[in-house]
Write a protein of this length. Structure first.
Length: 141
């Protein structure tokens, strides 16, 4: 378990971008990982189908925080299809030995050791899941 919490993961967790919720988001969603209780709330705004503003409130383990940090660092300017592709690639890396997600989410390679810890997968995927649900909430409004 110690190898899971590398200095790089802890540094990412400590330096998470976009940690302020948006005052008037176009979409918002909260996701919770039932196994560990981690929670992520994401607020977004879209311009021309791309994320133009992003805020996240992350109450998760260091692994979930590290994933949210990597995602938050590259999320501005992305469209829903790119976010979904990154989420699918991360899930494949964790659950079935798939490759590291492609750019812009290639920084998630730091989480490869977590593949062996299935109870952590939910927390690691939360930032993606909340982001995708926030986008969907706009379509249902």
């Amino acid at each position: 378990m110690i190898k899971l919490y590398s200095a790089r993961i802890l540094a990412l967790a400590a330096d998470m971008p976009h940690t302020t919720r948006l005052p008037a988001p176009m979409g918002s969603a909260t996701k919770r990982a039932p196994l560990c209780g981690s929670t992520v709330t994401v607020d977004i705004a879209l311009t021309d189908g791309r994320i133009s503003a992003y805020g996240q409130d992350v109450k998760a383990c260091a692994l979930g925080q590290a994933a949210a940090a990597v995602i938050g660092a590259v999320i501005i300017g992305l469209d829903a299809a790119t976010v979904q592709k990154g989420r699918d690639e991360l899930a494949a890396m964790l659950k079935s030995g798939g490759p590291v997600p492609a750019a812009p989410f290639d920084g998630l390679e730091v989480l490869q050791p977590a593949a062996d810890y299935k109870n952590r997968h939910g927390s690691i995927l939360l930032a993606f899941d909340a982001t995708l649900d926030a986008i969907k909430s706009m379509n249902n409004a």
